[in-house]
Each structure stands twice: as C-alpha cells, then as structure tokens.
Design a protein around this ligand. Structure first.
Ligand code: BTN
Length: 308
C-alpha cells in the first residue's frame, strides 16, 4: 500500500485529497492517514493540509518499494555490520538469484585483502547475490562483468570518465570511486552463489580517511540519487546476466581499463611485484612483464599504478 500511495503522490502535480486516495484504494480515509503517518515517520516529506496530502521532495530512500518489480528481492537496512554477512546468510538459506542487500551505512564494512571499507552516510553499499549455473572457474569473469557494467552505468548516467583498475576498482580522474569484493560458495563443481559487494562513494566524503578517493558529489558538485544509480545498475547488470557471453567479458572489460601497458606494483599479503601490465588473461589474471624480461601471472593483489 505504501508503494501505491507514494506512486499516487508522485504522479499528482499538487495536493491529492484523502478522499480520492481512499476511493482509489478502497480503504478508509483513516487508513490512508495511518499510511501517510508511517511514510512521514520513515522520512518522506509529506505535507498534510485540510485539502489533502502533498509529497514535497523525493527522499533518496533505498526501501524495497522504491524499486518497483524488485520489491521482494531488496533487503534494506539503515545500518548493518556488513552487507556481505547478511547476504551470505540469505544465500545459504536459499534466497533467489539477484537478491540485493543494501544498507544506509555499515559499521564493519569490509574491503579486499582484509581492509576496512569505511561506510558513512551518503554512500551506496550493497551486496548482490547471484546464482549463475556455471563452474567456479568462470566466476571470476562475473566480477569483471560487474565492474565493467558499473563503469558503463556511471559513464552513461553522469558523463564521467569512469575507468576500471585491475581487478575491479572504478576510478575517475585517477581517484577511487568504487571498490568491489566478491565471495562464492560451490558444490559439486558448480557455483551455488557468488556474492558481489559494491561500495560506491556517492554523497559521502571518503577523503578524510582515503585521500586518494573521490565521490560523485565532489565530481558533479551536487547530490546524487543513490536509488537511481542502484536501480539503473541492477537493470543493466541483470540484462547482461541473462545469457552472459563469457568469451567476451574480459575483452570488453579491457576497453575500460587503465591498467594495461602501465608500470604497476602489485602488493599482496605475501609479496610485492613490479612490472609492466601487459595483459589480463581469460580468467582475469594480470600478466606482468618483469624487469628481467620474463612474465609473471598475478591472480590477486592491490594494484598501484607507478606513474600516476
Ligand atoms: C575494496 O575495494 O577493497 C572493496 C570494497 C567493497 C566494499 C563493499 S560495500 C558493500 C559490501 N559490504 C562490505 O562490507 N564490503 C562491500
């Protein structure tokens, strides 16, 4: 009912009377009023006048009913430890493909390589649960597809030069705007789920703790709707996941990467390797040419571009 009332309020150019809402939905004016009160309580700015109700501004809310058609698969929280943990529980309990866990902020946001992902108000933090019927070896390609689609979405929506840095960071003007973390579980040589966690700096300011990070708000000089980004991203990514062209994922991703032909340093928890990034293989491993002319494949690590 909340969704339907909100839709009517949005569609109305001005005030809409309690009487017409009650006639439209076949419930009493008191029930309408109670729903309006609930919406006001969770933050919607609805003015109640003797003539009826008016929605003043569109709150950038991430509630399930803000994603028509996806309501049952969106799990929204104001605050969580990490969306990754909640998503893992849901996935183990058998939630459907393309379930999303999204939170306004995270107390224990996790980054790659056991780092912390600071997740303050205004950013977009979500984990997408996927159930592709593929062998685990193909799963890495899904991560590359996820980051490529995010870069494309940001380019199309905001006309910004979003690039991917190996493996799955998104950078704008050489500053990190988004990071991605993925976890999977398998059974009998098939993936049971792969969870892709994405943190995107939207209206938050990440620079206090990460001087080399940037947010969309900083780039564009105004607040951005997280809901619109998430909604567009889910639509685009879901389309690409219907029948993924696994052979072309990495070649397509390469179109948006800034890592190739660069001098890089790869830092893992074990070691540091320096070289020129000459290619990314079909499973997403980075191939480096080392100073002695030999090549080395790296399958994980933090990538630092040497000359930026
Ligand atoms: C990185 O670049 O190190 C990856 C960052 C991933 C952050 C996202 S925010 C949503 C999801 N929940 C987490 O705890 N981490 C991921």
């Amino acid at each position: 009912m909340k969704t339907r009332i909100l839709n009517q309020l949005r569609a109305a150019s001005g005030i809409i009377s309690g009487e017409s809402l009650s006639a439209e939905f076949g419930i009493s004016r008191v029930s309408i009023w109670k729903h309006i009160r609930k919406l006001q309580e969770i933050g919607y700015n609805i003015i109640a006048t003797p003539k009826g109700y008016r929605l003043i501004d569109s709150l950038d809310a991430l509630f399930p009913w803000e994603f028509p058609g996806r309501e049952s698969k969106i799990h929204y929280f104001d605050e969580v430890g990490s969306t990754m943990e909640i998503a893992r529980d849901l996935a183990r309990k058998g939630c459907p493909d393309f379930t999303v866990v999204v939170s306004g902020k995270q107390k224990k946001g996790r980054g790659r390589l056991q780092r912390v992902w600071l997740s303050s108000d205004g950013g977009l933090y979500f984990t997408l649960i996927l159930r592709p019927k593929i062998p685990p070896v193909l799963c890495f390609r899904i991560n590359f597809l996820a980051s490529q689609v995010l870069a494309e979405t940001l380019r199309t929506m905001f006309n910004i030069n979003a690039m991917v840095k190996w493996p799955n960071d998104i950078l704008v003007n050489n500053k990190k705007i988004s990071g991605m973390l993925s976890e999977m579980e398998t059974e009998a040589d098939l993936v049971t789920f792969v969870n892709i966690g994405i943190g995107l700096n939207v209206n938050n300011d990440p620079t206090h703790n990460e001087p080399n990070a940037i947010s969309l708000k900083k780039i564009l000089n105004h607040e951005i709707s997280r809901k619109k980004i998430l909604s567009e991203y889910l639509d685009q990514f879901e389309k690409r996941m219907i029948n993924p062209d696994f052979e072309n994922i990495i070649p397509e991703w390469k179109k948006y990467t800034m890592t190739l032909n660069q001098s890089v340093r790869i830092v893992t928890t074990q070691d540091v390797t320096e070289g020129i990034a000459i290619d990314v293989d079909e499973n997403g491993a980075l191939i480096l040419r080392l100073a002695d002319g030999s090549t080395k494949k790296v399958i994980y690590g933090d990538c630092f571009l040497q000359n930026t």
